[in-house]
Design a protein around this ligand. Sequence first.
Ligand SMILES: *Cc1c(COP(=O)(O)O)cnc(C)c1O
Length: 361
Amino acid sequence: MRTYRIPLVPGPTTVPPEIRAAYQEDYGSADLEPEYYDLYAETQEMLRTILGTHNQVVIMTGEAMVALWGALKSTLRPDDRVVAVATGVFGYGIADMARRLGAVVEVVGFDHDEAADPERVEEAIRRVRPKMVTMVHCETPSGTLNPVAEVGELVARYEVPLFYVDAVSSAAGVPLRVDEWRIDLCMVGTQKCLSALPDLGIVTVSERAWAIVEEVGYVGYDALQPFRTALEDRWFPYTPSWHAMAALNVACRRVLREGLENVFRRHAEVAAYCRERLRAMGLQLFPRREEWCSPTVTAVKVPEGLPWPELDRRLRERGMAVGGSLGPLAGKVFRIGHMGAQADLDLVRHGMEVLEEALRG
Ligand SMILES: *Cc1c(COP(=O)(O)O)cnc(C)c1O
């Protein structure tokens, strides 16, 4: 299917017409025009409000992974000690990425159906005294939300230099307070709760992190360093995508126009509704405790006697797409993405009716 009639994949999410329209203009050169710098500055300011930070916001061309890699490579050196909190595919994946950069990584691992326990993280921080703690806010493949605020308190108490948080599928869907939670590097994408195209990677960078970026001196396409002074110097390390920035600007404007609290409430209400309907169908949520479920995505166990490929086929026949899962959960779990423009009660109600029908055969 090229276009989903009932789009419920947990990213990339459906792109509303207002955001799509931003891509249609024939923009000039972003390197030459002051309007582009104004657009970048204004978008940065809106992201600060959405993410609860006064820090600089780096906006790179690419997808969310460019932000995850760029932030790691810009701050880690071989033999640096990292405590990686891992509760799912992305958490374990980030641990692997850091290891491949030569860091010495202590994984604080949990099962995929649970959220992190800060006590075990504290034990590791005390023992390892890491340069960096990594964590994923919403672990999208398992539908869980991790206690970032609590781990942030530990990071502050033990004076860990860097707190690295993947908030790709939580930012603009659930409360996220970068400064209050002492996050030094917060990574966000455009194709989840912001409902734009997968074309930009966003990183908030604290002053503490900038000092380490200068010390490490990493150079490369995904390096953070050139963005530190890009606005003042009127110089980006490569030609920016004006189209993508214009779309992100509209996406942020939509979030702030609705109001952050309203956006969070909409996500929570739609998630609660979705879970109630799933339970009524006799389906089981994947996270072991409901309090661990993320308001942006619901992970459900594939029902016995109905293999995932067959369920997927029946849904697609009816114009509906949801996510399967990844890694060890492939074939066992499927996911309903109710984030961004898909956190829509009518859409999810429709989706649940189709799912009911598909389960009946
Ligand atoms: C979507 C997502 C990313 C980006 O990964 P892609 O597979 O490239 O889309 C990173 N982290 C999390 C938690 C995500 O949900």
